[in-house]
Design a protein around this ligand. Structure first.
Ligand code: C2R
Length: 162
């Protein structure tokens, strides 16, 4: 049986997948059911509106939205839902993702997007943030997150320098 998705991972283009895969890898590792889709505020605006407007009633709890360049997807998604939206600035070819970051982070007061860092690490942290939000209501997930943190600490303590 496929579990009901609680996280929606959306991205402006299939070219964002290499970055956004990092968020999905974390969700897989944390055993969190999610769905992933290409949705664009620019190229498929009606689909974007419909997706965001129906997200809560379809059972989603958090949305992770990644986009590059003129990255309107996270903010426009946030405008159409009161679910938490985590924005991932995808590294753009022309401006290295600074454009994506500025587009996503500078939301007007009232419509927040929780913005992470540019690129792969940001996407990974978006997955972790989604997990941490859900863990406020899920003891087992909290335990998995604690085990993950312990593995990070063990790795750091085991670091060898030349
Ligand atoms: N920023 C957006 C939006 C949006 O914000 O709605 N839709 C697509 N894009 C971005 O355009 C970049 C180039 O896309 P292509 O590689 O398809 O040309 C991608 O990083 C995508 O997120």
């Amino acid at each position: 049986m496929v579990s009901q998705a609680v996280v929606g991972v959306i991205m402006g283009s299939s070219s964002d997948w290499e970055t956004m895969k990092n968020a999905c890898d974390i969700l897989d590792a944390m055993d969190i059911p999610y769905e992933k889709k290409v949705i664009s505020a620019h190229r498929t605006p009606d689909l974007m509106f419909e997706y965001a407007a129906s997200a809560r009633e379809r059972g989603l709890k958090v949305i992770i939205a990644g986009a590059g360049g003129a990255a309107h997807l996270p903010g426009m998604t946030a405008a159409k839902t009161t679910l938490p939206v985590i924005g991932v600035p995808v590294k753009s070819r022309a401006l290295n993702g600074i454009d994506s970051l500025m587009s996503i982070v500078q939301m007007p007061a009232g419509i927040p997007v929780a913005t992470v860092a540019i690129g792969d690490s940001g996407a990974k942290n978006a997955g972790l943030l989604a997990a941490q939000i859900l863990s406020a209501f899920d003891e087992n997930l909290k335990n998995r997150l604690e085990a993950y943190r312990e593995s990070l600490a063990d790795k750091a303590k085991g670091s060898e320098l030349e």
